[in-house]
Design a protein around this ligand. Structure first.
Ligand SMILES: [Zn+2]
Ligand SMILES: [Zn+2]
Length: 470
């Protein structure tokens, strides 16, 4: 309790260290320049959503506007707009990021110039955590969690998308206004001058950007309402940088263009676009995020033209570029996603050899991708095109897929059975096919197909199919 009274911390750097996927770091995308500089956006639009009961007071938003006006060069104005009030019922059991995705709207479409966009979510931690889900049974359940909730720190996230997640009940509500400005300071790029790039806070205990906001300082007449001279100087230094020509907001969507591709982002979501970007692509991305189920797993999507997908040299070049992208998530998931899109294209065209080649490329990128080993084995075991069939390689690939998943996936065991049949080991194929039927719970239609395969293998015949396994 005493600790609580003297230190109100921001969990921003903690969020970065513990959540590799959120990849908090100030530098890679430089979104803070979109807020600080008059170009490419001469306006700033701040959307404020709040879970019922957590709505900020007018004075808090007034202070926020003063803070932004003092540091952001926006000749056409700064607008702070209260948008959704999220009913408690709708917020229960949903993570702050999922709420952000569902309720983020972006600036008003009627205005002529597209503004820079900042999103602030005031959420109720008591409703959001896993404990709330566990106690309430399922998202949207009407019974409140019985246990007293833990207190969630406010935090700012910059990557892949700048957002402030603010729990106003944190720290008994004290130092609330300063904490909001502190988190906004992070979105404006503070503090990036420390020698340790992981340290995003100011060492000056009197500064708003210190890691700890100490309400007791108010008792001795020394509040932390201001930025220290060093932090102010750092902002001025950012403001003298030239604007990023490849970064902008399109509505709420952040668009970063790189050679040959665009990275679109929204709270905790990224999509890659390997073609000329249209405003409609951004709208579709935003609509897909809105329509997501709550607490859906992280994923990276892509949108690519057939011309690229069918050109393996271009795809290879693109993979090299993705691997050098400043965003971790793009480096790691981007090449894989692009190769999956190529596979889907070759599958559609019935180009089995190209399909197999792309699978091999994907396995070279990630030797632990059981899905790819399984696909490769299935095509090599069952394809109607004899030129791509290879029983021995199919057995090796299917075995690898089973090993990687601890023999728990019936589809992979099913594939290994088909591979053994292709390699002429029919007795083993029957055993494995029966094992696959016992493993997990294949759906009824699949069970029937699997039983038919048992009969085939018993007659020493391999299984053939015209199209690849979905
Ligand atoms: Zn902080
Ligand atoms: Zn400072």
């Amino acid at each position: 309790m005493l600790y609580c009274l003297v230190l109100a911390g921001c969990s921003t750097p903690v969020a970065r260290k513990s959540q590799a996927n959120s990849g908090f770091a100030q530098t890679p995308q430089k979104t803070h320049l979109l807020y600080l500089l008059p170009s490419p956006h001469s306006r700033l639009y701040v959307e404020v959503d709040a879970v019922e009961g957590c709505e900020p007071k007018d004075i808090a938003l007034q202070k926020l506007k003063e803070f932004l006006s003092a540091h952001c060069d926006k000749p056409d104005g700064i607008e702070i707009v209260r948008s959704d009030v999220i009913p408690i019922k709708a917020a229960r059991g949903i993570s702050p990021r999922a709420l952000a995705r569902k309720y983020i709207n972006g600036p008003d479409k009627i205005t002529a110039s597209t503004p820079a966009f900042m999103y602030v979510l005031f959420y109720n931690y008591a409703l959001c955590g896993d404990s709330a889900v566990a106690k309430a049974g399922h998202p949207g359940a009407s019974t409140p969690p019985a246990r007293r909730p833990e207190v969630g720190n406010p935090y700012a996230e910059v990557l892949p998308y700048p957002t402030i997640y603010f729990n106003p009940r944190y720290f008994l509500g004290m130092a609330k206004n300063q904490t909001l400005l502190h988190e906004t300071g992070h979105l404006l790029g503070l503090v990036s001058r420390r020698s340790d790039p992981h340290d995003l806070h100011c060492p000056n205990p009197a500064c708003l950007m210190n890691a700890h906001l100490r309400p007791y300082r108010w008792l001795i007449g020394k509040t932390q309402k201001q930025l220290c001279p060093e932090c102010t100087a750092e902002l001025s230094q950012h403001s003298r940088q030239s604007p990023r020509s490849n970064l902008r907001f399109v509505g709420p969507v952040l668009d970063r263009s790189e050679a040959g591709y665009h990275v679109l982002s929204l709270p905790d979501r990224v999509t890659l676009v390997f073609k000329e970007l249209t405003e409609q692509d951004c709208q579709h991305f935003a609509a897909a995020i809105h329509a997501e189920m709550p607490n859906q797993e992280l994923r990276v999507d892509c949108l690519a033209g057939d011309e690229l997908l069918e050109d393996s040299a271009k795809v290879r070049e693109m993979i090299n570029r993705l691997q050098a992208d400043p965003l971790d998530r793009v480096q790691n998931a981007g090449p894989k996603i692009l190769l999956r899109a190529c596979m889907a294209r070759y599958d559609h065209l019935g180009q089995h050899a190209n399909y197999v080649e792309t699978l091999r490329q994907a396995i070279l990128l990630d030797g632990k991708d059981a899905w790819c080993y399984n696909q490769l084995a299935w095509v090599q075991a069952t394809c109607s095109d004899a030129s791509v069939r290879n029983g021995k390689e199919a057995v090796a690939a299917a075995t690898k897929a089973c090993e990687l998943t601890g023999w728990s996936n019936w589809q992979f065991v099913d594939t290994l059975a088909a591979a053994c049949a292709e390699a002429g080991a029919f007795k083993r194929a029957v055993e494995l096919q029966e094992q696959a039927l016992r493993t997990g719970a294949p759906i009824r239609s699949e069970q029937k197909a699997m039983q038919e395969r048992v009969r085939l293998y018993k007659q020493s015949q391999p299984f053939r199919e015209n199209s690849d396994k979905p």
